[in-house]
Design a protein around this ligand. Structure first.
Ligand SMILES: *Cc1c(COP(=O)(O)O)cnc(C)c1O
Length: 439
């Protein structure tokens, strides 16, 4: 595929009679001319809706706004748009307004685990930092649909400063995940400022950026952006490809520039009904990603956000997909399948079962082909008692600066240095009865 297809030239000319390749390749031109109305969409694609459909669609985008970059629009297959994965991710569906009782505005409770606006501190050593609430394209399956187009909520410089201050005064944060919105919709100089501030914090070891621009706005990856990013290594980037159709010449070029800058690339897909809920599509996608130096990182079960019910698949579909990948293709092409726990418990990995049974002597396993095998446990393994004081241990770990974090969760139950024997929900009725009888 050429970098400026005939279809793209036509779209560019309809937007501006003087269409030039240099406009098309300019990311700001793409953002400025993002398609935000149904009429514009019809005009540029030639797809026509009935009056009734148009009314219902208008109601939908009044609630959940529309924005499609001309580039992403140009990938839509006009002749079969109802089945097109690009169309489904980009264009409104009237089913978005059927909000089921299981759905929530903020299913991951990101706004609850938030010490300062824009920061979600959910895990011990890392934070999610929302630094932008603009996106080039509004994905119809966005988990933060509640915030899309919310112009009252654009993080100001002083709000970002509050986030930076929180990170500065919280030494256990060693990994900062910049997201939004899309951080790459910010200007190079603004990003440079945020990255410089973060890099000046000694305990911040890794900075990660979540961006969908390589998919929906590949021209955003410019030489100048690359030179900004390179100053602040180690930078990791996660992007968001859901379908093979999105891996165009332009997006591959963007990935090459990022990978050549020494940035490890990961991909987070969302399992979406009618888009990629197919083991063959997913296998092709992960293999093509790896070919482009992108490591499939997560495959998400679709969240319980409002307006996403038509995108949700059963968990069984995800397990079936993972079953078709593990063993069948390169290990590093297999993403971790996760459900982000409703209510804010974080990401929970889901796997097919490979461990069939065990006793103190042997473990019984099955492989991807269905072969059942046994693994003999060692007979002379000596466990070390661990009091979390590495000085007394013969394993040569001498983390002088390694701060001692208390074990939590299941790790706590497994540890030698903590005598907790069970984890009990705080509102457990049986325990509450005990407390009463002690009164
Ligand atoms: C996903 C996520 C992270 C990062 O999790 P990893 O498993 O390290 O990729 C951090 N904070 C929040 C709130 C998240 O949702």
């Amino acid at each position: 595929m050429a970098i400026f297809t005939k279809n793209q030239q036509e779209i560019a000319t309809s937007i501006e009679s003087e269409s030039k390749l240099s406009h098309w390749l300019d990311w700001k031109w793409q953002v400025k001319h993002a398609i935000k109305s149904i009429e514009q969409f019809e005009l540029l694609t030639g797809i026509q809706f009935s009056d009734k459909e148009r009314k219902a669609l208008q109601k939908t985008i009044d609630h959940f706004p529309l924005s499609i970059t001309p580039y992403y629009l140009s990938l839509i297959d006009k002749n079969n748009y109802q089945n097109d994965p690009i169309f489904k991710q980009a264009f409104a569906d009237i089913r978005e307004l059927h909000i089921s009782k299981d759905e929530m505005k903020d299913p991951l409770a990101e706004d609850h685990d938030s010490p300062v606006p824009g920061i979600t501190h959910r895990y011990p050593d890392r934070v999610l930092f929302l630094i932008s609430n603009v996106c080039a394209m509004y994905c119809r399956h966005c988990t933060r649909k509640r915030k899309v187009g919310d112009t009252d909520n654009i993080p100001s410089k002083s709000q970002i400063q509050l986030g930076l201050d929180y990170i500065k005064k919280t030494p256990q944060i060693r990994d900062v995940l910049l997201s939004g919105g899309d951080p790459f919709l910010l200007s190079d100089s603004y990003l440079d400022w945020i990255l410089t501030e973060l890099r000046a914090i000694p305990h911040v070891q890794v900075i990660r950026i979540g961006t969908r621009t390589p998919v929906v706005l590949p021209y955003r990856i410019t030489e100048n952006l690359i030179s900004v990013l390179k100053k602040h290594h180690p930078i990791w980037i996660n992007t968001h490809f859901n379908h093979v159709k999105e891996l165009t010449d332009s997006s591959r070029k963007a990935l090459t520039m990022l990978a050549d800058a020494g940035i490890p690339l990961g991909n987070q897909s969302v399992l979406l009904a009618g888009v990629n809920d197919c083991p063959r599509i997913m296998k092709e996608l992960v293999q093509r990603l790896v070919k482009n130096r992108v490591r499939p990182y997560y495959m998400y079960q679709c969240d319980l956000s409002e307006g996403l019910s038509h995108f949700r698949t059963p968990v069984g579909k995800g397990i079936e997909i993972i079953e078709s990948l593990i063993g069948h293709t390169s290990g590093f092409a297999v993403p971790t399948y996760v459900i982000d726990a409703p209510g804010g418990g974080g990401k929970i990995p889901i796997m097919p079962n490979y461990l069939i049974s065990w006793n103190t002597n042997k473990v019984i396993l099955r492989n991807y082909e269905g072969v059942i095998t046994s693994y003999k446990e060692p007979s002379n393994y000596k466990d070390r008692e661990c009091d979390r004081n590495c000085k007394n241990c013969n394993l040569e770990l001498n983390i002088k600066e390694g701060e001692e974090v208390n074990a939590i969760g299941i790790e706590k139950l497994l540890s030698d240095s903590n005598d907790t024997i069970s984890l009990i929900p705080s509102n457990n009725e049986r325990i509450q009865r005990r407390e009463h009888s002690n009164d």
